[in-house]
Design a protein around this ligand. Structure first.
Ligand SMILES: *[C@@H]1O[C@H](CO)[C@@H](O)[C@H](O)[C@H]1NC(C)=O
Ligand SMILES: *[C@@H]1O[C@H](CO)[C@@H](O)[C@H](O)[C@H]1NC(C)=O
Ligand SMILES: *[C@@H]1O[C@H](CO)[C@@H](O)[C@H](O)[C@H]1NC(C)=O
Ligand SMILES: *[C@@H]1O[C@H](CO)[C@@H](O)[C@H](O)[C@H]1NC(C)=O
Ligand SMILES: *[C@@H]1O[C@H](CO)[C@@H](O)[C@H](O)[C@H]1NC(C)=O
Ligand SMILES: *[C@@H]1O[C@H](CO)[C@@H](O)[C@H](O)[C@H]1NC(C)=O
Ligand SMILES: [Ca+2]
Ligand SMILES: [Ca+2]
Ligand SMILES: [Ca+2]
Length: 404
């Protein structure tokens, strides 16, 4: 019943998981003696054959795998990593018993793909986030993909894939450390251009043979949040072709001259003066800046004596009556800026027309006129302005309320 070989007492053999039924485990136990036949000297049997994974052919001393109707699975939940049985040898002449241990080591095969814990992942990023910032670490811990295989067969790498439906997603984001799966911003974001990305992320295991690597994919949705990168704009904004710039805008107002400010304030401006921040969706709304209005410059230069603009409401008020003899119109440049010190103000024109009031009497260009006519002239004859009767007498009246 002793072993006919040298070396360690236990017989250790490897076998791949999922091996077919009948796979030979040990082709000869090399135990001295003869089992079976007309004159057996020993008797062989299996002990500790838990779940009957092993079949013994005593005559050839061969061991087979018994996976009838089942799979030898090394991975969870079965997790069969080794099978240990005893081949018991009874010496038929002397009656002694020796147990020979057989240790079957089950080798892992890469038979499982990585599986993401969630179908979709989500993150929101401010558009002002600097390039190089890590924006997503949601795969850390076991929250990304897991693979129940052993060793490299169960290790995960993450790679961003090209998304034909979102062609810039693979160059806007990057996974520099494939084992961590942390997603890093690679190109600047711009909320005004694109508010959402769909990043396809593939997880693969690290099976040594590249052809045996298994993969699965998930989608990381990245929402871009509006940041305070733009200044205000005056409304209404008509865009210059193919740009984000508004056309120059002129607001109009008109006032009768010599009017008491109380009668015209607040001055009606068309369209009403209003500016908004071009960053329209800063969250939370309480973070959105207010807008401050002012008159920057203007002609005539003494406009500040006549007009005031409310800093917060843009309401325009007249300070004192305007004499049209001195000012027929005002051309002002108004400014809108954020109240949080952010630069990039907006400018617009404000044209104020001073309307005429009928406050002037017509007047004659001369205090007396002299006319000449022949005494015999018929009714209807034109009176002339000279003795020779060469040109008609003209009486000229002017009125300063009316130009020319
Ligand atoms: C499994 O293998 C054993 C040993 O070779 C054999 O006796 C048995 O018939 C096989 N079972 C099936 C279902 O093939
Ligand atoms: C093989 O395994 C099956 C399932 O456990 C069992 O029913 C059967 O008896 C085993 N066959 C042998 C020959 O041990
Ligand atoms: C994104 O994917 C396209 C198509 O596969 C590829 O040509 C391009 O190089 C990728 N960009 C980056 C930055 O990997
Ligand atoms: C803007 O585009 C319209 C239509 O495409 C065209 O008629 C117009 O001339 C363009 N204006 C400028 C300033 O390019
Ligand atoms: C501007 O208008 C607001 C609201 O009507 C008012 O409270 C504030 O006093 C005004 N500011 C000035 C400088 O007139
Ligand atoms: C009128 O005619 C006379 C003679 O022809 C001439 O000398 C004089 O200058 C004229 N006067 C006027 C106002 O045209
Ligand atoms: Ca695997
Ligand atoms: Ca496996
Ligand atoms: Ca802004």
């Amino acid at each position: 019943c002793k072993l006919a070989r040298t070396g360690p007492p236990a017989t250790i053999v490897p076998i791949d998981e999922e091996s077919r039924n009948g796979t030979i485990l040990v082709d000869n136990m090399l135990i001295k003696g003869t089992a079976g036949g007309p004159d057996p000297t020993i008797e062989l049997s299996l002990k500790d054959n838990v779940d009957y994974w092993v079949i013994l052919d005593p005559i050839s001393q061969m061991l087979y795998l018994n996976s009838t109707g089942r799979i030898l699975d090394r991975d969870p939940p079965m997790s069969i990593q080794s099978i240990v049985v005893q081949v018991q040898c009874v010496n038929k002449k002397v009656g002694t018993v020796i147990n020979h241990e057989v240790r079957i080591v089950v080798r892992d095969r890469n038979d499982n793909s990585p599986r993401f814990q969630q179908q979709r992942y989500y993150v929101a990023v401010n558009e002002l986030t600097p390039v190089g910032t890590t924006i997503f670490t949601g795969f850390s811990g076991n929250n990304g993909a897991t693979d129940i295989d052993d060793g490299p067969n169960g290790q995960i790498e993450y790679v961003i894939q090209y998304n034909p439906n979102d062609k810039t997603s693979n160059r806007t984001f990057d996974i520099p450390l494939t084992l961590s799966g942390a997603v890093v911003l690679r190109e600047r974001l711009n909320y005004e251009e694109k508010t959402r990305y769909f990043v396809i992320i593939q997880a693969n295991d690290r099976a040594q043979n590249l052809n045996e690597r298994r993969t699965s994919t998930t989608t990381l949705t990245v929402d871009v949040l509006d940041g305070d990168d733009l200044g205000p704009m005056f409304l209404p904004c008509v865009l210059v072709n193919n740009t984000r710039d508004c056309r120059p805008l002129t607001y109009q107002a008109s006032l009768p001259e010599l009017t008491d400010p109380a009668r015209v304030n607040p001055i009606s401006v068309t369209p009403p003066i209003q500016a908004i921040d071009q960053d329209r969706n800063i969250q939370p709304p309480s973070d959105r800046p207010g807008i401050l209005y002012s008159i920057l410059v203007g002609t005539p230069e003494d406009y500040p004596h006549y007009f005031h603009m409310n800093l917060t409401t843009a309401v325009l008020t007249l300070l004192k009556p305007i004499n049209r003899d001195l000012h027929q119109k005002f051309d002002l440049v108004i400014k809108a800026e954020q109240d949080n010190g952010h630069p990039l103000p907006a400018f617009a024109n404000l044209h104020i027309e001073v309307l005429d009031e009928n406050n002037q009497k017509p007047y004659f260009t001369r205090s007396t006129y002299e006319g000449f006519i022949l005494e015999s002239s018929p009714v209807g004859t034109t009176v002339s302005d000279n003795h020779n009767l060469t040109s008609p007498l003209q009486i000229v009246v002017l009125d300063n309320d009316v130009e020319e």
